[in-house]
Each structure stands twice: as C-alpha cells, then as structure tokens.
Design a binder for this molecule. Structure first.
Ligand code: NAG
Length: 245
C-alpha cells in the first residue's frame, strides 16, 4: 500500500474556512513585503528633489521687477542729455539740512559739510557745468548781508546761482540784499519771514527757460508747521538746457 503523503492529508483535513484565512495571511505578508521593498528601492534623492520642486512651484509666482534706475539728483525721470539736472531742497526744522544737487553732485549739504544756518549759495560755471564757489551766510546772528551781496556779485557772467535757506534766512537779511536777489528775478525774497523755507535758481548773463522751476517759499505758521517752530521744507527740480537757443 502506497503511503499517503502527509501534507495532502493535512490540507485535505483543513476546512475551506481555515484555508481562506491562511491564504489571506499569506497575501497580506506579500503585500506588506512588496511595499517594504518598493520603499527601499526608491532612492532618497529623488524623493527629496521632488519635495524641493514642489516648493519651487510655490515660489515661482514671485516675479522680481528690475530695480528702477536711479536718476541724477534723484529725479523720477532722467533729464535729456543736453541739459543739466538740478534739485534744490531747503532745510526742514533745525536738523534736516538743506541740499543743492547739480548733475548728481551734492554742491551743498550735510555730507559735504558746507551747509549752515541762513542763506546757502552755490555758483556754477554754466559753460563747463563745474561748481566755482559755495558759501553760507548766517542770517540769524551777525551782519552777513553785505558779504552775501559781494559773493553774489562776484559770480561772473554765464553763471548759475542756486540759493536755499536753512533754519532762518530772514532775520538779518537787509533791504539792499533783497534788492540784489530781486534784481536776479526773485518774486518772493521780499516776502521772506522768520524761518521761511525758500529755494531759488537764477542765472547771470543768460536767460533761463520760462517753464523751469525757479523758486518756492513756505512761511512759518504755528497752526500748519510741519516741524515745531518751522514750516515744511520746499524744493524745486528740473533740467537746464546746456545751450540757450
Ligand atoms: C507749507 O508747509 C506746511 C506745513 O508746514 C504744509 O502743510 C504746506 O503744504 C506747505 N506749503 C507748500 C507750498 O509747500
């Protein structure tokens, strides 16, 4: 009699329910193992780079606008190449210093250390565009009106003159000095008051175009003053044609 294989006897002894359970267990182990293998096989690098590119997608909408080009004397739009750029700023209170900028060069200001209380003046040679003299005249203390007249009158023909106040440009400004400045085309110097902010552009021996900004003034008014005791600063800016037509 041929021996009956034990295994088949065993299998045949198992009920269909038990067989199903064993098969399910085996399938589960297979599924777990294949998942485990797959995880081991996928390289770490590709996972982290996938995560990186997902982050990149998130960042991409940030579009960088090119930084706007800075113009001469901080103008918004550049002056034509056949003109000189200028910007005049009066002082604001005691601590914000007056500035005179010409062709992007600071002629008078805190950085150049030549700004002071009173009326600040820069003289530029119109033909070369080079600064020839700068000076400030204290108008609160001392008697500097006469010196200022001499300085203004020393400017040769074909000069540009830039004037800005800092702190106070009026207290000791005398009548004859006002007349000289008025003679150069100022419409406001006669009305200047204690601590008024004032800026003025003029020329000797040449005609400036009518349309360019030449002068601005603001008076101290305790109800409106931006700084306590001083009005807001005033400024003018523009482009001066290099050759008058
Ligand atoms: C003058 O200054 C005041 C503040 O001090 C300001 O409100 C006003 O706008 C300024 N006016 C001019 C013409 O700058």
């Amino acid at each position: 009699m041929a021996p009956v294989p034990r295994a088949s006897t065993t299998v045949s002894c198992l009920s269909p329910g038990t067989l199903k359970a064993v098969f399910f267990l085996f399938a589960s182990i297979c599924a777990w193992y294949s998942g485990y293998l797959l995880a081991e096989l996928i390289p770490e690098v590709s996972l982290s780079s996938a995560a990186y590119s997902i982050r990149n997608i998130g960042e991409r909408p940030v579009l960088k606008a090119p930084a706007p080009k800075r113009q001469k004397c901080d103008h918004w739009t550049p002056c034509p190449s056949d003109t000189y750029a200028y910007r005049l700023l009066s002082g604001g209170g005691r601590d914000k210093y007056a500035k005179i900028c010409f062709e992007d060069e600071l002629l008078i200001g805190e950085k150049t250390g030549n700004v002071g209380r009173g009326i600040n003046i820069a003289i530029v040679n119109y033909m070369t565009g080079k600064v020839t003299a700068t000076q400030y005249f204290d108008m609160f203390e001392g008697d500097n009106s006469g010196q200022m007249i001499n300085f203004i009158q020393s400017a040769p023909s074909k000069s540009l003159l830039f004037m800005v106040t800092h702190d106070d440009g009026a207290s000791r400004l005398k009548e004859d000095a006002k007349k000289v400045i008025e003679g150069l085309g100022s419409k406001h110097i006669r009305n200047i008051q204690f601590r008024s902010s004032w800026v003025f552009l003029t020329a000797k021996g040449l005609q400036l175009p009518e349309e360019i900004q030449r002068e601005s003034i603001n008076h101290s008014d305790s109800a409106r003053n931006r700084y306590s005791g001083w009005p807001a600063e005033v400024q003018i800016e523009g482009c001066i044609p290099k050759k008058t037509s």
